[in-house]
Design a protein around this ligand. Structure first.
Ligand code: ATP
Length: 311
C-alpha cells in the first residue's frame, strides 16, 4: 500500500477443546476451530447458541472452563497483553456514554492504547464527519453501529471482533456496515463476527461455523456448506398444499416442511417439477404459492438442526 502504511499481519487463531458453563447451562461445549488470517469468519447460529460466549473467550473477556485459545505462537490465557494490543473488539453500542460526543468517544477509547489510528482517519472512514460533535444519544442506529466499529479499530488491530454488527439496522445501514467490514478484510485484517442473519453470513463471510447448543455443527465457505448439506434445488409451495409424506416423484430426494413453506428437494428440477404438475393435475390439487429456488444457508441450518432459523 502507498504512503508507507504497513498492512496488518495477523496470525492463525486456534480454539482447541473450549468449554464454558454458566450454572446449569453448558453454553459452549468443547469446540475446535481454526481461523486462518485475512478473511471474514462468521459464527452463525440462533439466539443462545453460544456465539457471544465463544467470541468473548477468544477476545479474552471471559475465561474458558477448559481448553486453549492460541493466536500464532501465543497461548492467550498466559499472554493477555497480546490480545489487548492486537485485537479490536466492537462493544455493544449501549456501552457508550450517551452524553459524550463522537470525537470524545473515539479519544476516550484511544486513550487506553499506546498505538492508535488517527481520529480523523476513523471519522472519515466511517462517514461520521457531519456527526463529529454530535452527542452519542443523538446518533441513528446505523451511525452508532459505525461508531462502534470505528472504536474497535482505534488500536489498529490485526483481528477485529464484531458481535451481531448489523442487528436492528435498516437495509441501507446494514449494507454500509457490510462495506466497512469488507474494507477491514481488504486491508489485511482478520474479521471474526457473529450473526443470526443467513443473508449476512452468505454475503459477507468467507468461512462460517454453524453453531447450535454450544456445538459447532459444521464449518466451511457458504458454498461448501450448501454443496455438502443441501445440493440441488427446491420446489416450494404454501404449507397448506396437501403434500403427503410418502409422495413419490421422479428424482425427489426428500420433503422439508416449516411454517412458511413445504419444499421438495431434488437433484433434477425439471423431472420433479413435471411429475409434481401431473400429480396435482390428476388430483385437482392447487399448487398455491409454487416457486423454485436453489438452496441457501437457511436450508443448511434446517438440515443440520432440524429447525429453521427464521422460526
Ligand atoms: P445471542 O445471540 O442471544 O446472544 P448467543 O449465540 O450469542 O446468543 P450466548 O449469549 O453465548 O449465545 O449464550 C449461550 C447460553 O448461555 C444461553 O443459554 C444464555 O442464556 C447463557 N448465558 C450467556 N451468558 C450468561 C451469563 N452471564 N450467565 C448465565 N447464562 C448465560
Amino acid at each position: 500500500m502507498a504512503g508507507g502504511i504497513t498492512l496488518p499481519h495477523s496470525e492463525v487463531l486456534r480454539i482447541v477443546g473450549v468449554r464454558k458453563r454458566y450454572g446449569q447451562v453448558q453454553a459452549v461445549d468443547g469446540i475446535h476451530l481454526t481461523i486462518e488470517p485475512g478473511g471474514i469468519f462468521g459464527l452463525l447460529g440462533p439466539n443462545g447458541a453460544g456465539k457471544t460466549t465463544t467470541l468473548e473467550m477468544i477476545e479474552g473477556l471471559r475465561r474458558p472452563d477448559e481448553g486453549e485459545i492460541r493466536y500464532g505462537e501465543w497461548d492467550l490465557q498466559h499472554h493477555q497483553k497480546v490480545a489487548r494490543e492486537r485485537f479490536g473488539v466492537q462493544l455493544q453500542t449501549s456501552a457508550f456514554f450517551e452524553l459524550l460526543r463522537v470525537e470524545e468517544t473515539i479519544d476516550l477509547f484511544a486513550s487506553f492504547y499506546a498505538r492508535t489510528l488517527p481520529r480523523e482517519e476513523l471519522i472519515e472512514r466511517f462517514e461520521l464527519q457531519e456527526k463529529r460533535t454530535a452527542y452519542v444519544q443523538n446518533l441513528s442506529g446505523g451511525q452508532r453501529q459505525r461508531l462502534a466499529v470505528a472504536v474497535a479499530l482505534v488500536n489498529d488491530p490485526e483481528v477485529v471482533f464484531l458481535d451481531e454488527p448489523t442487528a436492528g439496522l435498516d437495509p441501507q445501514a446494514r449494507r454500509n456496515v457490510w462495506d466497512a467490514v469488507r474494507h477491514l478484510r481488504d486491508e489485511g485484517r482478520t474479521v471474526v463476527l457473529t450473526t443470526h442473519y443467513m443473508d449476512e453470513a452468505e454475503a459477507l463471510c468467507d468461512r462460517l461455523a454453524v453453531m447450535d447448543h454450544g456445538h459447532i455443527l459444521d464449518e466451511g465457505s457458504p458454498q461448501e456448506l450448501i454443496q455438502r448439506h443441501q445440493p440441488g434445488a427446491m420446489i416450494e409451495m404454501d404449507p397448506s398444499v396437501p403434500i403427503p409424506d410418502d409422495l413419490q416423484l421422479p428424482a425427489l430426494e426428500r420433503i422439508q416442511r416449516d411454517a412458511i413453506a413445504t419444499a421438495l428437494v431434488t437433484q433434477k428440477l425439471d423431472e420433479t417439477l413435471a411429475g409434481l404438475a401431473n400429480w396435482a393435475h390428476e388430483r385437482e390439487v392447487p399448487l398455491t404459492g409454487l416457486r423454485t429456488r436453489t438452496a441457501t444457508l437457511e436450508d443448511v441450518f434446517l438440515h443440520l438442526t432440524g429447525r429453521s432459523l427464521r422460526d
